[in-house]
Design a protein around this ligand. Structure first.
Ligand code: C5P
Length: 403
């Protein structure tokens, strides 16, 4: 379940071409179980009709501070008191300047000013031309709004409606949704550095062939996202997978087990948690060829010898920081049967306090899974759910163990 489920959000639109993305955002919020009350400035109505936003949100849109539909004629008070958050997307340069000065000459700015700041967070998604964004006045305003406790989201980069290219685009609806989900998640790992490995490794036979496995990386990416949502600084060492990087997560791409080991070694010293979800290849070809091995027509096949790859998790788990408890290590086991017995044995062999078992073939590539958490005292099941929800539960479990 999304951290947004059951929330009531006032979605404010100020003037900008990015208003079209607010329509997508409204739908995405509703899909996540949010009730959305739309408030639009007069400028926003030049870019998007209130009719569209009403149809999408299922609620009449408010556009004026003189709207007398409210019995007490105080829409700015009533709407802001009901909200779990006010999200202004798009927030134009002008609207942010207004917020900064506490001006209140239209319903949206009036409502932002009138909100109880301790109970109703204000989140703004800026959208403007790159020169407007780079202008010292805007940058000053953003810094001051942040200092005033307003949560200013990042801007996107790329082609702009004006034909120019640069910073200042409003984030896509999905990106804003991801940031809002993070915003509402409990910050159980605040101040912690978390290192996650994910995906398969690829062990080259020659420049065009190699051996790998069926890991999709989805579980590890979900864990990286959940750790970021919980307030951690997350580094994700990823084998070759085609998955988007979770927002706010630092990603390091690798191919082979040895590259993964090097990347882990570079980041593990500053981590307090190491979660090893990667399906590291147990063996690699003893001699990988620099050139493509050619079929010569004789019917002879190449003789492939193998050597064992380093066990990254076991090495880290036996390091002094892990042994002293400064680094909490979590291993994964993908098994085909006898999950409890294999996971219990693997936990001891790897030397980790927590080992998470799952049935490999059933979960590879899927969006859902079921987990078995095995520690020194026994096992606890996390029943079948989406990988993202399981990741959130697992991160909460790890945070509890760390005190
Ligand atoms: O492959 P195996 O079942 O032993 O994997 C168990 C755990 O060990 C996983 O967390 C995996 O990421 C880790 N591992 C590792 N290096 C290896 C093999 C496995 O870090 N060479």
């Amino acid at each position: 379940m999304s951290t947004l489920a059951g929330k009531h959000i006032v979605l404010g639109l100020s003037g900008g071409i990015a208003c079209y993305k607010a329509a997508e955002l409204c739908r995405a919020l509703m899909k996540s179980g949010v009730t959305v009350q739309v408030v639009m400035t007069e400028a926003a109505e030049h870019f998007m009709t209130a009719v569209t936003m009403q149809a999408l949100s299922g609620r009449a849109v408010f556009t004026s501070q003189w709207d007398n539909r409210e019995a007490n004629n105080m829409a700015h008070i009533n709407l802001s008191r009901e909200a779990d958050a006010i999200v202004v997307a798009p927030a134009s340069a002008d609207f942010m300047a207004k917020l900064l000065h506490g001006r209140a000459d239209d319903l949206l700015s009036l409502m932002c000013l009138a909100r109880p700041v301790e109970q109703v967070p204000l989140i703004v998604a800026p959208a403007m031309n790159r020169e407007m964004w780079a202008n010292p006045a805007t940058q000053r305003n953003v810094a001051q709004l942040r200092a005033d406790g307003v949560h200013v989201l990042d801007v996107g980069q790329g082609d702009q409606a004006c034909g120019e290219t640069g910073d200042g685009r409003m984030l896509e609806a999905e990106e804003i949704l991801e940031d809002l989900e993070s915003f509402f998640a409990p910050k159980l790992l605040k101040g912690k550095n978390v290192l996650v490995t994910a995906g398969p490794t690829y062990e080259a036979i020659d420049p065009v062939r190699g051996i790998t496995n069926l890991s999709s990386g989805k579980m590890g990416f979900a864990i990286a996202r959940a750790a970021h949502m919980a307030g951690a600084q997350v580094t994700l060492v990823a084998g070759p997978v085609h998955l988007p990087t979770p927002r706010g997560v630092q990603r390091v791409n690798v191919q082979s087990a040895r590259q993964m080991q090097t990347a882990v070694a570079q980041h593990v010293d500053t981590a307090q948690v190491f979660i090893s979800t990667a399906a590291v290849a147990d063996w690699r070809p003893a001699n990988s060829s620099d050139q493509k091995i050619k079929k010569d027509g004789s019917g002879q096949t190449p003789q492939l010898g193998f050597v064992e790859n380093p066990d990254i998790l076991a090495t880290v788990a036996h390091s002094p920081r892990a042994v002293s408890g400064a680094l909490f290590c979590v291993g994964f086991a993908a098994e085909s049967h006898d999950l409890l017995a294999h996971a219990t044995a693997k936990r001891e062999r790897k030397g980790v306090p927590l080992l998470v078992g799952n049935i490999g073939p059933a979960t590879f590539g899927q969006d859902d899974n079921a987990l078995l958490l095995v520690d020194v005292d026994g096992a606890r099941e996390l029943p079948h759910a989406s990988k993202q929800n399981l990741a959130i539960e697992l991160v909460a479990d790890i945070a509890r163990r760390m005190g």
